[in-house]
Design a protein around this ligand. Sequence first.
Ligand code: ADP
Length: 266
Amino acid sequence: ECIGIDAGGTLIKVVYKERDEHLYQTFLSNEVEKLVKWINEWHPNAKLKITGGKQENISKLLHNPYELIDEFEATTIGIKEVLKRADLYLPEKYLLVNVGTGTSIHSVLGKNSERLGGSGIGGGTLMGLSYLLTRQKQFEEIMLLAEKGKRTGIDLKVRDIYEGDRSPINGDLTASNFGFLERMTGEELQEDILACLVGMISEAVLMIAMPFARAIESSTIVFIGSTFHNNALFKKQLQRFEYLFELKLHFPFNGQYSGAHGALLY
Ligand code: ADP
């Protein structure tokens, strides 16, 4: 019996097989004792195939036999499995953007991949700024609030600057995230602030990723990472740009388990 574990900065993703079926589990990285208890109780003899930044940390807490696997190799192998299981057939070449605690950008060509870059702007930024701006700390709660929020009057749009005059670019584009100081009252609703925050992060991630897509001459971008898990708002914000920039964006089901899938298959 084998268990694939991807121990990230925020979440530990687990994939294993039982009676030919893949099963999935997630634990918080700061509640690693729950993972230890789960393994000791249910899988005391399983071989652990561990990847992710906290892999060594976790291997030391368990008595199981284990193997440590390179994070980027695991993701490259795992994304193939995730796409297959999601019935998603993509071109040979595409850009893979992993929005985890931070963001990591890779080109994928067939079996090979190369890390092209990354950004500190990611899911962790959403969590940290949500806390600083609204004192909310729960991911689910933050996203529920953000879904209800409006961005008008906090974000400055191109059309807010041009005020009815013809603008050289689409008036609906954000001219300045959180830039409508003139309209701000200090009484902004949490849900509106959080909607703007999700907007800013999705726009920043897309703008960071887009030149990489151009550089590898691909218009296909695949987003993975738990930041998009159960997150219709992030997807919606990003999909607005598909038409404008002639991109094809994908958010494969269970994408956040790519690393754990790859570790298991390794
Ligand atoms: P990592 O591998 O760095 O842990 P993930 O791909 O697991 O990264 O993504 C972590 C991000 O996912 C968090 O920063 C947060 O934005 C989001 N997230 C989704 N669900 C949760 C949750 N239950 N608790 C905390 N963060 C969550």
